[in-house]
Write a protein that binds this ligand. Structure first.
Ligand code: BG6
Length: 365
């Protein structure tokens, strides 16, 4: 089943052009520049009444929800919040009948997430789930939802489920946006960008040899910082989590500009920083932040837009991703970071598909 891949994680990273295609399949409504879902079980009228969206999830799914928050805010202009499922359940978080409540889970079996879902149901609110595993407990207990259709994910570190979650969240936000004030043209632009993703991911996968070179620069470190701003902040968090999970190298994700308020104290020649820095809003400020790290002799890797020579000159190595729509760019930016974690772990001889102390789905609280 592994074919030419040594590990499931690498196989699943390479499946992403197809899994993204599968997440989009049948869900685009070109004539209306919108999206459609078979199992949401909510009418357009009900969705127009929504005033707020709340997501609850754990781990990588929680990071996907953080991007979902951006998508909902940017496309639907609705306030959105992201909760750790394990916290939500015990904190009496306010919900009301104009709140759309989602849980996200690859496995559909995570006890903390299931607990959050049951708590919302107990309080009488309809629950929606974004789940990969068909027929899982969360999928069965939710009132409606969306499947990722990413196929079984075997590697403990989640990869293809994450990018599919992002695609589904973008589609949901598009749908909610088009029921409000998002223009037809903006909707069409996003759809075109989503349809380009499989080919663009293919191009990112082709830089794997460069990522391997970057992994050699990281492997001696004991700690690393991952920095990104706006939509790339959740990508920085996810990049850091991947590295921690499978290479046991300590890593922290921070919003780029927050670095100077504390983490900059960690910078030294042995502590690499990984900037998620594709071109776009606030790029000049990010370049300034990179210079601050350089001035303290910190090694710097960056995920940047292909052809961004200014960035490339400033860093030890740039991993290029194609130019893309601002909302799909983060989906591309996470792929080199998945590969980076994989190759650091491989160089360290770690058990990549079965990292120590982790389970694919944690069914205890
Ligand atoms: C963790 C896994 O315990 O559960 C993570 O180790 C995962 O990789 C998290 O992201 C949430 O899992 P799920 O299946 O609910 O998305």
């Amino acid at each position: 089943e592994l074919g030419r891949f040594e590990h499931y994680m690498r196989k699943e990273i390479h499946e992403q052009p197809n899994t993204v295609r599968d997440a989009l399949r049948g869900r685009l409504r070109l004539a209306e520049a919108s999206a459609q879902f078979g199992g949401l079980n909510l009418t357009a009228r009900q969705l127009r009444r929504v005033r707020r969206v709340v997501f609850a999830a754990c781990g990588t799914s929680w990071h996907a929800a953080l991007l979902g928050e951006h998508y909902i805010e940017k496309l639907a202009h609705l306030p959105a919040e992201v909760e750790y499922a394990s916290e939500f359940r015990y904190r009496n978080a306010p919900l009301d009948d104009q709140t759309l409540f989602f849980v996200l889970s690859q496995s559909g079996e995570t006890a903390d997430t299931l607990g959050a879902l049951r708590e919302a149901r107990r309080r009488g609110f309809p629950t929606l789930a974004i789940v990969n595993t068909v027929g899982s407990t969360i999928a069965r207990e939710a009132d409606g939802g969306v499947y990722l259709h990413a196929g079984p994910e075997i590697g403990v570190a989640s990869t293809k489920a994450f990018t599919s979650q992002l695609v589904v969240l973008a589609l949901l936000a598009l749908h909610l946006g088009r029921l409000r004030h998002l223009s037809y043209d903006e909707g069409r632009r996003l759809i075109a960008a989503l349809e380009e993703l499989p080919d663009q991911i293919e191009r990112v996968l082709a830089i794997e040899p460069q990522v391997e070179e970057a992994a050699h620069r990281m492997v001696q470190a004991t700690s690393a910082l991952y920095l990104g701003r706006d939509l790339n902040f959740p990508i920085a968090l996810e990049g850091a989590l991947k590295l921690k999970e499978i290479s046991y190298l300590h890593a922290e994700g921070y919003p780029t500009a927050e670095m100077k308020h504390g983490p900059i104290a960690l910078i030294d020649p042995a502590t690499p920083s990984v900037f998620v820095a594709p071109r776009g809003g606030l790029h000049a400020k990010t370049l300034g932040n990179i210079e601050e790290v350089r001035a303290r002799k910190g090694p710097v890797l960056a995920v940047g837009t292909q052809g961004d020579d200014q960035l490339a000159r400033l860093v030890d190595q740039m991993l290029p991703i194609p130019e893309a729509h601002p909302l799909t760019q983060p989906i591309l930016a996470c792929v080199p970071l998945q590969l980076l974690a994989y190759h650091v772990a491989r160089l360290k001889g770690c058990d990549i598909d079965k990292p120590r102390n982790l389970a694919k789905s944690v069914t205890v609280e």
